[in-house]
Design a binder for this molecule. Sequence first.
Ligand SMILES: NC(=O)c1ccc[n+]([C@@H]2O[C@H](COP(=O)([O-])OP(=O)(O)OC[C@H]3O[C@@H](n4cnc5c(N)ncnc54)[C@H](O)[C@@H]3O)[C@@H](O)[C@H]2O)c1
Length: 332
Amino acid sequence: MTVLVTGGAGYIGSHMVWELLDAGEDVVVVDRLSTGFEWAVAPEAKLVVGDIADSALIGSVIREHGVDAIIHFAGSIIVPESVADPLTYYENNTSKTRSLIETAVRAGVPHFIFSSTAAVYGAAGLEPVREDARLAPESPYGLSKLMSEWMLRDAAAAHNLRFTALRYFNVAGADPRGRTGQSTPGATHLIKVASETALGKRQSMQVFGTDYPTPDGTCVRDYIHVSDLVAAHRLALQRLRDGGGNLVANCGYGHGYSVLEVVDSVRRVHGREFDVTVGGRRAGDPPSIIADAGLARRELGWVPTHDDLDAIVGDALSWERILTGKNSARSA
Ligand SMILES: NC(=O)c1ccc[n+]([C@@H]2O[C@H](COP(=O)([O-])OP(=O)(O)OC[C@H]3O[C@@H](n4cnc5c(N)ncnc54)[C@H](O)[C@@H]3O)[C@@H](O)[C@H]2O)c1
């Protein structure tokens, strides 16, 4: 039995590949390398460079490797880009996911795990937000993901397929063993941006809005260490293989940190000051988004082990240093 990881050359997917290999699984990756990197794929996994919508390619990968489960990370992930270019997002995230599900159903793959997002809730209202909260995505990105959840639900009702959709909150940090991390240039994730600024890769960074109705006026988010996130996927895979039913579950810690608390943590862990400027609010940023992650804990038996902001920041900073070394080795 082999696990097919789509998007396995990207940030979260490359951690998933290591998590599966560490657990003794055989892994094949399909990635078109649009934002991912060949070097990010663990050498013990097989990388097939291609598109998830290439059903002939995916069908042959499934047959050749005896794939019994697909963990689907491939997609486009930048919310403002999805507002500016919605049709590309509906194509890459929704249409191509439809094609991948169809290929899975035709090839008889029984298990499917999907990367969903807290963006399906929009400006959540009641917090911590539970899975049965109102679904009101405020961007094409969020809607492209919600439509994929619905396609999975309907396909699972009609065919021999069971699925888990995990709704991620703010994913951060890097493999504590330094094997992979967030490597995309120009990433917008706060901990990544603050780490780059601390290490002098950016001149300064901006805090967007200090007048939100939160304790210090800046936005609050639920930051989850990428290693805890991929551990939840491994447990979801086990649950599906053990006969578990369809599941849609949040992945977060159930508490949050403000932008200023994150900046303080990066300064504390790095041990040096760096430049932070204050700007106005960004359109579409809700004041606070926190997960109720009770369902994932109950259904998956998920027990996070990296729920510590300074530790998340420490791993992000370590990866940033490793990345500097890799980039300078490549350009030498
Ligand atoms: N990073 C987060 O905080 C976050 C939060 C919620 C959900 N997610 C979801 O998690 C998944 C992974 O996100 P990430 O942060 O690792 O992003 P990423 O950009 O690092 O990884 C995505 C990978 O998919 C590949 N890809 C994109 N389109 C493809 C296609 N059509 N065919 C084949 N490969 C393709 C890219 O080359 C890349 O390697 C995405 O689906 C994203 O929506 C991420």
